[in-house]
Write a new protein. Structure first.
Length: 402
């Protein structure tokens, strides 16, 4: 039987145990003191990273956990997962709500609860493919930035002791609008450190996270469809468990304004095609490398269920927003690599005043009010706010790939 967690450990992260296990053990007393008996709110908590954060923080016995997510089915699975895991603490008050954090009902929950000790926001458009046209770009920025600002304003009513908002490695020297939106988000939330402690984390791809390319291979296999991957894109990877742990460590142990990232060496980067090769073998097949999508689809259609071969197609990346390499920090940021065993910390970085934030957000909202605004207008506005935003329009997006 295929074991996904073992496959990730053996062939993706090459780590039998979490890279953050030692940091968690060393800081167990501090983590317990800050989490045990506390009220926790997790926004976007049914996604891959959010649900891993929930499970990481439950081990330290909070008194109540409220989880908010738009994905009703994923929330149901989170509850089943938590209640089916041996040894995982689940408080009597474990509540899940299917709603948008920008909805009035969330504001009502927050005010009537009189806030939470710990608030973590994982609600975001996370895919490079989120950038297609002006409509998808507006939706991306509305969710990652404009609604996030509304949330931050609400939190000032009953300030949490710890607030965390997930970022991405793509926020460092961004080349796509998703990454740029996360950099904007970083500047936005950090401006609120004057009201409560804010931390964030930039980290690598989460192996087989919901909607990711590797996760798609699991679905393609179930449907007897070919597997596809770029042969020229190298990325850092962490396991789903590690993704929740890095967020918990940043949220609880970070100082105001800090950005956390995993200590990963360049030689730990992997090509998607290399992982796909191992995935095909782990599933008991020999790969048949096809020259194009049509050939791969035809092979899969004619393949019997008893076949010991499986079609793959590898391609050169040519879509808008793909970054040649990943990075966790940029020139001018003050980095500390010694505080933790497996975590680096951006302790000082350039931040914006609330006036700069408000001015930029007003500009964005005015652009969106126009009936004939363009994607180019949005890109140019972002470039004025983030001068190192190097966007290259290639005229093709990931939705045009198999």
């Amino acid at each position: 039987m295929f074991n996904l967690d073992k496959f990730i450990a053996d062939f993706v992260t090459n780590r039998p145990v979490s890279m953050f296990a030692k940091d968690i053990e060393v800081n167990k007393k501090s983590l317990t003191a800050e989490i045990k008996g506390r009220k926790v709110c997790v926004i976007g908590g049914a996604g891959s990273i959010g649900s891993s954060f929930v499970k990481a923080i439950l081990r330290f016995e909070p008194t109540s956990v409220v989880v908010v997510d738009l994905n009703e089915n994923a929330l149901a699975e989170l509850v089943r997962d938590v209640r089916s895991t041996e040894g995982l603490y689940c408080p009597d008050e474990f509540r899940c709500y299917t709603l948008n954090f920008a909805d009035p009902i969330f504001e009502r929950i927050y005010r009537e609860e009189k806030g939470f000790d710990i608030v973590a926001n994982f609600s975001a458009h996370k895919h490079v493919r989120s950038e297609k046209d002006k409509y998808s770009v507006q939706a991306l920025i509305e969710n990652n930035d404009i609604k996030a600002k509304k949330l931050m304003d609400l939190l000032t009513v009953y300030p949490p002791k710890h607030f965390f908002c997930v970022s991405t490695d793509k926020a460092a020297n961004p080349v796509n609008i998703m990454g740029a939106s996360k950099r904007i988000m970083e500047d936005l939330v950090m401006a609120y450190n004057q009201y409560f402690k804010v931390t964030t984390a930039r980290f690598a791809n989460v192996a087989f996270s919901n909607g990711s390319l590797p996760d798609g291979w699991l679905h393609r296999l179930q449907k007897k469809q070919p597997l596809a991957a770029p042969f020229d894109v190298k990325r850092y990877f962490v396991s789903p468990e590690e993704s929740g742990q890095i967020c918990m460590l940043a949220c609880i142990l970070g100082n105001a304004g800090e950005v956390f990232f995993p200590k990963l060496d360049e030689n730990q980067m992997l090509k998607f095609s290399t992982i796909c090769d191992e995935f095909v073998k782990a599933e008991g097949f020999m790969k048949v490398e096809c020259s194009n999508d049509s050939e791969a689809r035809l092979y899969a259609t004619n393949m019997s269920y008893e076949s010991d071969t499986y079609p793959v197609v590898y391609f050169k990346s040519d879509t808008t927003g793909e970054k040649a390499y990943e990075e966790f920090y940029i020139s001018g940021e003050e980095i500390n690599m010694t505080r933790f065993f497996a975590l680096g910390v951006v302790e000082t970085t350039t931040r914006r005043s609330m006036l700069e934030i408000d001015t930029f957000f007003t500009e964005l909202e005015n652009i969106f009010k126009s009936s004939d605004f363009t994607k180019t207008e949005i890109i140019e506005a972002i470039k004025r706010f983030i001068p190192n935003f190097k966007h290259e329009e290639k005229g093709k997006n990931l939705d045009q790939r198999m």
